[in-house]
Design a protein. Sequence first.
Length: 327
Amino acid sequence: MALPHRPGMTVPLPGPLHSHEAKLHELADLGYTDIWSAEADGADAFTPLSMAAAWEPRLRLGTAIVPAYTRSPALFAQSVASLADAAPGRFAIGVGSSSNVIVERWNDIPFEEPYKKVRDVVRFLNDALGGEKVKKEYDTFEVNGFRLGIVPEQKPQILVAALREGMLRLAGREADGAIINWLSAGDVATVAPIVQGAGDGSDKEIVCRIFCCPSENTDVVRAAARYAIAAYMNVPVYAAFHEWMGRGDALGGMWDAWKAGDRKAALAAIPDAVVDDLIVHGSPAECREKIQAYFDNGVTTSSLAILPLDPDLDHWQAVRDLAPSAG
């Protein structure tokens, strides 16, 4: 049986964390089913979800994502088990390699063998979350006698952040699904079948962070979006992904100018078509139609990320305009 479509929102929402209780209630009232946290340079992945676990029991909670490198294995398992214990049956842990920028530059951890590292963390979590003592040598680390002191009533789903084929297959083969990011609705038709085809025949969840700016101020949105696209598409893992997606020619000028140190030329070299592929923008009705295309092509769960690309955008009105109840 196909998995139900789950409309979700990226958190934390704007404003201090302590102010979000009423907003989380409204998310659920508007028909959003999930919230998905991220972990880069803002809030950690677990604190916003812990607060939501207590405040709003209608929302499912997920991380998209926690880097595989930045927590030791035992601490990783403790964090996952604690939140799963706080929100039984409604927490999913998303694990990913993150990037060399976050892992190496910001956390001073070697960004080595990302595929093996993510695979080993997934395997360790599967080993540890049942409460058994783990004494095992994985390829990228060793755990010698760790046992969780808190074993959740329901084991959380484990999802893998994936870009290219190796991680996509890992997500389908050894996890409950994949988290995908920075891709078009058309790209989903390429990546989702790889995840589904790698598993045991059961349906796998495909969570997609979708970047949105419901504004018809097209030139302003495109100009601002180019900064976000350049910041990501020059990270090696994302550059390789979009080469694989067939955007090598479209992004080649941007990559060349960026490597030459000409940031202004790099931004100017990003075609409108690439911006329109990767950022959902336009009227609210147009945006809802574009978001639906992601679901039509294989996404099962969305995590909308509303970008303030138009300075006149009202973030919370955008949340309401894109809500399931708005259609």
